[in-house]
Design a protein around this ligand. Structure first.
Ligand code: AMP
Ligand code: MG
Length: 360
């Protein structure tokens, strides 16, 4: 057992295996009828996938242990990786955690939106939701379909990303279907997720707020409200042997394409020169580059990350999935400046590349 597992209940160290099932998975547009169906399923302890502004979530009644177990089972998520609890009104948080003034100011500034707050949990939240930890992750999403669902349910919904564990988070209903067809009864199709990366996870249990996972709400924005905000060092580097993960999700290898992804950092022209050299030697490869740099690569096969960090965030998981679908074995990617939303993009890219980053 690695040292960062210590303190957890032994039960949380194994993966809950998926049982073979022949369930039919429906994809439905969001309307009164499908929302009613989703509420019925969720109230009965079932699971439903739904769109949020970050990525698709796989939801279950957060206060029903069986429902939460079903989420872990469908995703094959390691039981030591806790879930985010979604709410539709700030007051719902009061029953789930020990709410405080910092949480209140952050909620007023960033909710509804892509910010998850870690707060000391109350006993109402089953231990399985938090993987035995003393804190609970809470978020109030802004996507209209997610809000409509949460409002209609009236109870909090635990929802991790709706991918099979180890796959990139899903940003369309089709992605969810690819991963969970036959394992869940319903996907509410809320279109393509606007942000495209998971929420910022912010620990506010200590003196200074700490970002454990970067997302669309940045450290600079949080600091405008709280005065200061740190970013956990392991956001941009692998954990050292024996180092404990600030967030359990960081222990697991995430977002890995099947092909080998190598990243290059440096001046755009130098990076492009090195990528072109490797691409031409590889025989078959793909380049992942920002739109402004496309002319540097001539007529080689390029996946366009778009104009800025926001478009790179929106497209990244979509492109990683496409690489797998097309069986691409060698991918050469540019890096982005790790500031603002660029930090969140780089956090996901670096993990997808298993921190294989070449300085040019
Ligand atoms: P997902 O919803 O699949 O994007 O995963 C939720 C993320 O939040 C994971 O990286 C978890 O490790 C993290 N998380 C949830 N609850 C906690 C908690 N109590 N302490 C630290 N990290 C948490
Ligand atoms: Mg996830």
């Amino acid at each position: 057992m690695s040292s960062d597992n210590q303190g957890l209940v032994p039960y949380f160290h194994f993966v809950i295996q998926t049982e073979i099932s022949a369930m039919r998975t429906e994809i439905e547009e969001v309307n009164d009828a499908s929302l009613k169906k989703a509420v019925r399923l969720l109230a009965g302890g079932g699971v439903v996938a739904f769109a949020t502004e970050t990525v698709y979530g796989l939801g279950g009644h957060a206060l029903n242990e069986q429902a939460v177990l079903e989420i872990f089972r469908a995703k094959q998520r390691p039981a030591d990786n806790p879930l985010i609890v979604h709410i539709s009104r700030v007051e719902q948080a009061f029953a789930l955690c020990r709410w405080n003034d910092v949480a209140q100011s952050l909620a007023e500034a960033f909710w509804p939106g892509p910010l998850t707050l870690l707060l000391p949990k109350k006993d109402t939240v089953p231990d399985i939701v938090t993987a035995g930890l003393g804190t609970v992750a809470i978020r109030l999403p802004s996507h209209p379909a997610a809000r409509a669902l949460l409002e209609a349910c009236g109870f909090p919904i635990a929802a991790p990303s709706a991918n099979r564990s180890g796959r990139p988070s899903p940003t369309t209903a089709r992605h969810v279907y690819e991963d969970l067809n036959g394992l869940i009864p319903l996907i509410l199709d809320g279109g393509s997720c606007e942000v495209g990366l998971e929420s910022t996870v912010l620990d506010i249990s200590g003196e200074t707020p700490v970002i454990l996972r970067p997302g669309a709400v940045t450290a600079e924005q949080v600091a405008m409200v709280t005065g200061s905000c740190d970013v956990a060092p392991s956001v941009m580097r692998p954990l050292k042997p024996g180092e404990s993960a600030p967030s359990p999700g960081m222990r697991h290898r995430h977002y890995a394409p099947k092909g080998r992804l190598t990243l290059f950092s440096g001046e755009p022209e130098a990076v492009a020169k090195e990528i072109v050299r490797r691409y031409d030697a590889a025989g078959s490869a793909r380049i992942l580059a920002m739109h402004a740099h496309l002319p540097l690569y001539g007529d080689r096969l390029i996946s366009d990350l778009g104009e800025d960090a926001a478009s790179a965030a929106h497209r990244l998981f979509y492109l990683l999935r496409a690489f797998d679908e097309q069986g691409i074995e060698e991918i050469y990617g540019e890096t982005l400046p790790p500031s603002g939303l660029g930090l969140a993009v780089m956090n996901r890219l670096a993990r997808a590349a298993a921190f294989n980053i070449v300085e040019v």
